[in-house]
Design a protein around this ligand. Structure first.
Ligand SMILES: Nc1nc(=O)c2c([nH]1)NC[C@@H]1CN(c3ccc(C(=O)N[C@@H](CCC(=O)O)C(=O)O)cc3)CN21
Ligand SMILES: CC(C)C(=O)C(=O)O
Ligand SMILES: [Mg+2]
Length: 258
């Protein structure tokens, strides 16, 4: 049975841990979906893993719509969520509504995710939810703020920083989000947030005490040329791919194939 947003609350109540994977095109969407992921996220990390940029900032809304449409065709069972790209939602609430609207109307997204917390984003989240758009929040390391942070370091290490992230998470829940990504924060803080909130916490580099876990699928498959320290490779498809492609080149040159 296809996953719907209202199942997330039930899963949290039952203590059932949720598996989330990212995707960037038809094939990665199919792989994540057929593996049984509960949610497939078209993350803006695709700017790095699929497009080769150094960070997620260059990705445009048009590009995101294009990728999300491809993923949509491959995802049959999982809930499809899509990241709002940098600056597609911060300028004005009306622009956030329009950007989210395009992802739902043109790409068939069932939820959108946006980075950042209170006080600004809470109002935007509220407007989106009022319009019937399910929202996933995202706090801790928010990669779209890489220029401000100066890198992709762990966030919330001091008691003050930890409390600020907790307050942001509370504001995001109050605004009506149904889930929230906790990225690269101490496990203890992620545990506190998970115990405090009623909505689903989706951890990435945030320890084991979250309601759900997400990794970038390119890292899980071992496809990426680089990965964060908290990612785990379950295969080595990059090396296998290079070997297979090299075998083809060799066989063509030696006239073994065809
Ligand atoms: N392939 C991939 N996997 C990801 O999980 C991912 C992306 N790309 N792109 C978008 C963001 C960026 N993320 C990252 C990227 C790097 C670190 C990392 O290397 N952190 C180091 C410190 C790096 C620094 O000082 O700048 C660490 O030890 O915490 C963490 C998260 C997570 N996301
Ligand atoms: C890793 C997830 C949370 C994400 O935001 C992304 O892939 O862009
Ligand atoms: Mg993202």
């Amino acid at each position: 049975m296809a996953v719907r947003v209202n199942q997330f609350a039930a899963w949290k109540q039952q203590g059932q841990t949720v598996a989330v994977l990212t995707a960037w095109d038809y094939m990665s969407g199919q792989m994540a979906d057929q593996a049984g992921a509960d949610m497939v996220l078209v993350g803006d990390s695709l700017a790095m893993v699929a497009l080769g940029y150094d960070n997620t900032l260059p990705l445009t809304l048009d590009e995101m719509v294009h990728h999300a449409k491809a993923v949509r065709r491959g995802v049959k069972n999982a809930l499809l969520a899509v990241d709002l790209p940098f600056l597609s939602f911060q300028i004005a609430e009306a622009e956030a509504m329009q950007a989210a609207g395009r992802l739902l109307k043109e790409a068939g997204a069932q939820a959108i995710k946006l980075e950042g917390g209170y006080p600004r984003m809470a109002a935007t989240i509220q407007r989106l939810v009022e319009a019937g758009i399910p929202v996933v929040g995202h706090v801790g390391l928010t990669p779209q703020s890489v220029n401000q942070v100066g890198g992709f370091q762990k966030q919330g290490k001091s008691p003050e920083a930890a409390d600020r992230i907790l307050q942001e998470a509370i504001a995001i829940e109050k605004a009506g989000a149904f889930a929230i990504v906790l990225e690269h924060i101490p496990a203890k803080l992620a545990r506190t947030i998970t115990e405090t909130l009623n909505i689903t916490t989706i951890g990435i580099g945030a320890g084991q005490f979250c309601d759900a876990q997400v990794l970038v699928t390119a890292d899980v498959l071992g496809l990426s040329d680089w990965q964060p320290p908290f990612a785990k490779r379950y295969a080595n498809l990059r090396d296998q791919g290079i070997q297979a492609a090299r075998a083809f080149c060799d066989e063509v040159r030696s006239r073994q194939f065809p």
